[in-house]
Write a protein that binds this ligand. Structure first.
Ligand SMILES: Cc1ncc(COP(=O)(O)O)c(CNc2co[nH]c2=O)c1O
Length: 408
């Protein structure tokens, strides 16, 4: 796989020229949110400067232009993830909303006492809390696949936990804390053997590696635009067409109907049935622009680049001797490392490395139950993307080393 021309890519991100605390910004918090290339920012301003109008069934020129751009954005996103077309792609404001859409529109109607949802110990709160609460409301039971010592899913336990009582398997594709990339297709086959649906939380995979929803054979998949060079307020829920067709909407209003009487209403076709009200128009258009930007560079090249940086960071951090990195080995993870420096709270560590211009995250990364399993209250996390460099990993490690000497 041809290496990325990072210097050329960095020219697309003016923010990376920023100085922080007297030195260059070293932005290593991409799992939280990525930076936004000029081309994507311009797609937003272009909408507002040239064809801002409301969408769907507009008669006047601007509304037709806005409608076509917004609807075709669904086609672009569908192609990016290998979906059959726009009818399988519902635009949402983020991954969290996509998870809740399915939990309410499907879960509230389909789950009841005796039914089970199987998820995992490494889930983000966006899915873990959602399924936990929907199960409480419906009387269904939520079960958790445990992780192994080195941060993989215990697949033997998964095969035992998924039974004919399982109605939904919800699994994170790439963990935002461990860096583990889960065998989603294998889990889909097990789920389907038991007539259960499977939902893949792809917030940390769609931005960072090629994802083909048909190869994964998932029934649902969700991701956020702001983690993949797109704007906040953009994201998508993928659903198999026949699954979405069978689902009732849970947000009612304009655009999601075709006929309304005082007695009842008839729903619009997919995906509009699940997009009630005026959508985030510029965000959806910009999400498609982000997909095209990433596709022009190549998702395999981006994946390779991130994984090499994560392995380099894993090796250099563990070489310090008193740093624990959580999750699989450095050569078998996605593009992030969560870690702790002995005797230094993650928040203090993040604060010190920020003094050197290095931006990392500290806390529970919305995976508190996972941190309980790891036996730590918080961790620091560096997460890499297409514009990061080995020199930036060195800057991180040097700053961590400085923290060691401060707290030694
Ligand atoms: C695996 C995973 N699922 C769901 C979400 C929710 O995405 P949102 O709806 O766009 O917020 C995140 C965001 N993860 C993080 C957000 O900030 N730090 C993180 O690690 C995530 O990493």
């Amino acid at each position: 796989v041809e290496p990325l021309d990072v210097d050329r890519i960095r020219e697309d991100f003016p923010i990376l020229d920023r100085e922080v605390n007297g030195g260059p910004l070293v932005y290593l918090d991409n799992a939280a949110t990525s930076q936004t290339p000029t081309r994507v920012v311009e797609s937003i301003s272009d909408y507002y400067y040239r064809y801002n109008a409301n969408v769907h069934r507009g008669i006047h020129q601007l509304s037709q232009e806005a409608s076509i751009a917004y609807e075709e954005a669904h086609d672009t996103v569908a192609e990016f993830i290998g979906a059959d077309g726009r009818e399988e792609v519902v635009f949402t404001k983020n991954t969290t909303e996509a998870m809740n859409l399915v939990a309410y529109a499907w879960g509230l109607n389909e789950l009841g006492p005796g039914d089970e949802v199987v998820t995992t110990e490494m889930e983000h709160h966006a899915s873990l809390v959602t399924w936990q609460q929907i199960c409480k409301r419906t009387g269904a039971e939520c079960k958790y696949v445990p992780i192994t010592e080195d941060g993989y899913l215990d697949m033997d336990a998964a095969a035992e936990l998924i039974t004919d009582d399982t109605e939904m398997v919800s699994v994170v594709h790439a963990s935002n804390t461990l860096g583990t990339v889960n065998p989603v297709r294998e889990l889909a086959d097990i789920a389907h053997d038991h007539d259960a649906l499977i939902f893949a939380d792809a917030a940390q995979s769609v931005p960072n590696r090629p994802v083909d929803v048909k190869a994964l054979d998932v029934d649902f998949l969700a991701f956020s635009g702001h983690k993949m060079c797109g704007p906040t307020g953009s994201g998508a829920l993928y659903g198999k067409e026949h699954v979405l067709e069978a689902m009732e909407p849970y947000l009612y209003g304009g655009d999601m109907i075709v006929k309304v009487t005082f007695e009842d209403s008839q729903w619009n076709e997919l995906p509009w049935k699940f997009e009630a009200g005026t959508p985030s128009i510029s965000e959806g258009i910009a999400l498609a622009e982000a997909c095209e930007y990433l596709d022009d560079i190549g998702m395999e090249r981006i994946q390779r680049h991130e994984e090499q940086l994560a392995e380099y960071a894993y090796d250099r951090l563990t070489e310090l001797g008193d740093v624990e990195v959580y999750g699989p080995p450095g050569d078998d993870r996605s593009g992030l490392v969560a870690f702790n420096l002995d005797g230094v709270h993650a928040h203090d560590l993040a604060s010190i490395v920020n003094d050197y211009g290095v931006a990392i995250r500290a806390g529970d990364h919305c995976t508190q139950p996972l941190h309980d399993v790891l036996g730590v209250g918080a961790s620091a996390r560096a997460s890499f993307y297409l514009y990061n460099t080995r020199e930036e990993v060195d800057a991180l490690v040097d700053a961590v080393d400085e923290a060691r000497s401060i707290f030694a």
